[in-house]
Write a protein that binds this ligand. Structure first.
Ligand code: SF4
Length: 373
């Protein structure tokens, strides 16, 4: 049986974080309830297609946005709905993204009983001052409590997200944040450099010149410090931003880097299925309205050629620390030359017939991708 992953998007949040450019709405908006019905309709449509029936679902990822704003019973029912529509393997990894202010022992226990077996807690910082600056609407205490309650509820696979390179952040502050995270002993840690996006509060402040951001060299130092601290504590770096204890790499995210098949449901979700790449509309009212009229909320469909898919495998595969087999670039003169050039630049290295990013290349992954494209 062929395998695939499911991604389900929930585009609602408590409020917009200062750095966030995602397509989200406030949860109290008129849309949250109607969105669920639309989501089920979209899933029903695709599950009814014969081409999906011979797929086993090995990962489900409930992301967003803040899916944990929905009642735990509602999310559990949605998972049951998925199981009724698709064959979800008994050992499937089922991840839920949670915001620390939205959880308590009762709803975490319901989610665990409902089949969620991996939590991704968006903590971002262990400094109350930074949490306030980031507009996170939770405190350090709430984040720690969420983690402790998740363990109490039974979760054995917990991932934490952290952001570095914050305005006026010192290396000391970043090291303290990492130490706080490590003291909790999560199975997985994702670390991201703050990215300033147009249309966000930070974007406006940066344009006004009122945001004092670390220099590029300092940002590199934050990243290198994190790599060295996490590796010294037994965490394995398996992708540019992702570290885990042995056996706890995120199976769902690996599907993206391996360019395996993923069915995306919900707002702005991407589907990679056979030779097709589909993207859903980014507008919540359009998404709901189209499904209410039994139309698919797709805003882009593109057919990909085997060459394009192989190029994607190279570019996304290089994000993983294991890299890609050299045989993927050797048959093509241009790919071979680009690889040689990137090795000379110090961004790639070749060993044991594998091509991998160097530590310097990990910070230049976008430039490496552009060089191949
Ligand atoms: S919780 Fe996540 S998705 Fe929601 S506004 Fe903040 S960063 Fe964006």
């Amino acid at each position: 049986m062929k395998t695939a992953g499911l991604y389900i998007d929930f585009p609602f949040c408590i409020a917009r974080c200062a750095f966030c450019a995602f397509h989200i709405e406030g949860f109290r908006s008129q849309w949250a309830e109607k969105y669920l019905d639309a989501l089920k309709k979209e899933m029903d449509h695709y599950a009814g297609q014969p081409e999906y029936s011979d797929y086993a679902i090995k990962t489900i990822y409930l992301g967003g946005g803040t899916p944990s704003l929905y009642e735990a019973e509602t999310l559990s029912q949605l998972l049951s709905h998925c199981r009724n529509l698709f064959y979800v393997t008994p050992e499937a990894e089922i991840t839920l993204e949670v915001h620390p202010a939205t959880v308590n022992l009762e709803n975490l226990s319901i989610l665990y009983q409902g089949g969620v077996n991996r939590l991704s807690i968006g903590i971002q910082s262990f400094s109350d001052a930074y949490l306030k600056l980031l507009g996170r609407h939770h405190t350090v205490d709430q984040a720690k409590t969420a983690y402790v309650l998740a363990r109490k509820a039974g979760f054995k696979n917990i991932a934490l997200d952290l952001i570095f390179g914050l305005p006026e952040q010192s290396l000391r502050n970043w090291e303290e944040t990492l130490e706080e995270a490590l003291s909790l002993s999560p199975e997985h840690l994702s670390i991201y450099a703050l990215s300033i996006e147009e249309g966000t509060l930070f974007g406006r402040k940066a344009n006004e010149g009122s945001l004092c951001l670390p220099s590029e060299d300092e940002t590199i130092q934050f990243y290198e410090t994190a790599r060295s601290i996490l590796e010294s504590r037994g965490y394995i770096q398996y992708e540019i931003s992702n570290f885990s204890k042995k056996g706890y790499a995120c199976r769902h995210n690996r599907l993206y880097w391996d360019r395996e098949e993923i069915l995306g449901f919900g707002l702005a979700s991407h589907t990679y299925f056979k030779d097709e790449h589909r993207v859903n509309t980014h507008q919540i009212p359009t998404y709901i309205e189209m499904l209410s009229k039994n139309k698919l909320p797709v805003s882009l469909v593109e057919k990909t050629t085997p060459t394009e898919r192989q190029m994607d495998k190279i570019i996304f595969g290089l994000r993983k620390t294991e890299g890609i087999p050299a045989t993927w670039v050797e048959p093509d003169k241009t790919l071979r030359e680009t690889t040689t050039q990137l090795i000379a630049q110090g961004w790639l290295k070749q060993s044991d017939r594998q091509i991998q990013l160097t530590p310097a290349g990990m910070l230049m992954a976008d430039e490496v991708a552009m060089a191949y494209l």
